[in-house]
Write a protein that binds this ligand. Structure first.
Ligand SMILES: *Cc1c(COP(=O)(O)O)cnc(C)c1O
Length: 483
């Protein structure tokens, strides 16, 4: 796949034709077959986003004083979000490039706020279901994670929270909802503890921020998680998820400027000039901000309420449909719009069910601890829900009738990865796979497929790891059966 830059440039039409062709091999999200990654409505709406983006695709929000238009988008997006989350007029914030940037910024901000008070060994408390972006932030910014475990109903075990806090705790995190199971953490209980100990509390509403407020407006009873809860000091919310903006737009808001101040970066001695930046990026994509603003103007409260209504219908339908299948169970008590489900029948390997679903043309994410399959449900899924549930029922029956399916395909890989006791080996294997993909001339590898055996000592080590893992998984399965 080595492609040099063409010696002679090509006509734009030919290049665009190539783009279309490359896209043809991607997951079929336009017909609702994909259950993560993409929020899609229809071609007209995609064109609208493209137009809004194009208008500002050269504009740069690096210097917020240069493009008045971009600062206006930012002000209006932040003001709208503050109102959606029941903030006071003091709520302020920044538009970022995505949820990960928003999460990274919160950790940097609270680390530096605590540093100003003399904390040199920062820690933060994360429920185990916190999005990976928080673990990334821990690594990037040197803030140690204290993990808050889940109780038997897969809810963050708030009773254990006080013991995890100490003088070095720079922040506590809650999610609304969490990505793996779609559960809203008990934010009011977190808040009571955070207020008592004067620790900032961030709510990660990256995925929920643009749907939960509208589910509530539609009459759905949900636990409180936004600025109505006194201890909540900041909230992240992605416009490029349930806000249906083009990719590249999220928000982070703070209860007041005393927090946001610590997010700012200024360097006054650079030969290139005095430099100030409110967020992580240098160049900030004007197109993404324009598209986010355009999406919010187009939907308004009525449009988002309508999307939330269809999404909730799809979610309820899926939840009930899965609960009706005796071999499966829905994880925890999800508030939506995401859920995880697993197998409660020792003869049904849930990853093998996932493989059967993949074979039927669906694309479904895998969960671990506990093992399961995942669904991020959007309004467009309402139309395919009957097909999905019918195929799921068939997939379960096929796996039950063919136990050997648990030893092949992704069932083998994920079974191994989620059970192998030596997690360091899993980490190393995944790092190796990424190295394969990103080395010069590397190609994408499908995690669902078993990698080909490698020659040499490394291949032998990998083969031994696989054998140990297989043995371990088989033993675990036998244990389950005996129970
Ligand atoms: C998606 C998500 C993120 C990260 O957002 P990206 O836009 O993918 O970087 C963070 N937290 C939660 C809960 C999410 O669902």
């Amino acid at each position: 796949m080595k492609t040099a830059l063409p010696t002679r440039g090509r006509a734009t039409a030919a290049v665009l034709a190539d783009l279309k062709e490359f896209g043809a091999q991607d997951p079929n999200y336009k017909e609702g077959r994909l259950w993560s990654l993409v929020y899609y409505l229809d071609e007209d709406y995609a064109d609208f986003m493209g137009d809004a983006y194009r208008e500002f695709s050269s504009a740069n929000g690096l210097n917020p004083t240069a493009f008045k238009s971009l600062k206006r988008f930012e002000n209006e997006i932040i003001a709208a979000v503050a109102e959606m989350f029941h903030g006071t007029p003091e709520v302020c914030g920044v538009v970022t490039s995505g949820g990960t940037e928003s999460c990274l910024l919160a950790v940097k901000t609270y680390r530096d706020l605590a540093r100003a008070r003399g904390v040199s060994k920062p820690e933060m408390v994360l429920p185990t279901t916190a999005h990976v972006a928080w673990f990334k932030a821990s690594e990037y910014f040197g803030v140690k994670v204290r993990l808050l475990p889940l109780d038997k109903d897969l809810r963050a075990d708030v009773k254990k929270l006080p013991r995890l806090c100490n003088r070095n705790t720079v922040m506590i995190l809650g999610s609304a909802p969490d990505y793996p199971h779609g559960n809203i953490d008990p934010i009011e209980e977190f808040s009571a503890i955070a207020l008592k100990r004067k620790i900032p509390l961030h709510v990660d509403a990256c995925v929920g921020g643009f749907i939960l407020p509208f589910m509530e407006m539609n009459g759905r009873k949900l636990p409180l998680w936004d600025y109505r809860v006194a201890g909540v000091t900041s909230i992240s919310a992605d416009v490029h998820k349930y806000g249906f903006a083009a990719k590249g737009a999220s928000t982070i808001t703070y209860r007041n400027l005393d927090y946001l101040k610590h997010q700012m970066f200024v360097y006054q001695d650079w030969p290139g000039g005095v430099f100030a930046s409110p967020a992580l990026l240098g160049t900030r994509p004007g197109g993404a901000y324009a598209a986010a603003w355009a999406a919010m103007q187009h939907f308004g409260k009525s449009g988002y309420r309508n999307l939330a209504k269809r999404t909730t219908q799809a979610f309820d339908k899926m939840r009930k449909g899965i609960e009706k299948m005796p071999e499966l169970y829905v994880m925890g008590q999800p508030h939506g719009p995401l859920l995880g489900y697993g197998s409660c029948d020792p003869e049904v390997n849930i990853f093998a069910v996932g493989d059967q679903m993949d074979a039927k043309g669906w694309k479904i994410n895998r969960l671990q601890a506990p093992d399961g399959l995942h669904a991020m449900i959007t309004a467009s899924h309402l139309e395919v829900m009957d097909d999905y549930l019918r195929d799921l029922k068939e997939a379960v029956a096929t796996v039950k009738a063919n136990p050997e399916l648990a030893k092949t395909g992704s069932a083998a890989t994920y079974g191994m990865m989620s059970h192998i006791p030596l997690r360091g080996m899993v980490r190393q294997k995944v790092l190796d796979m990424f190295a394969q993909m990103y080395k010069a001339g590397g190609e994408a590898i499908d995690l669902n497929e078993q990698p080909p055996a490698e020659p040499g000592i490394k291949g032998q080590i990998n083969a031994v790891v696989d054998t140990v893992a297989q043995w371990y998984v088989t033993r675990q399965q036998q244990k389950v059966r005996r129970k």
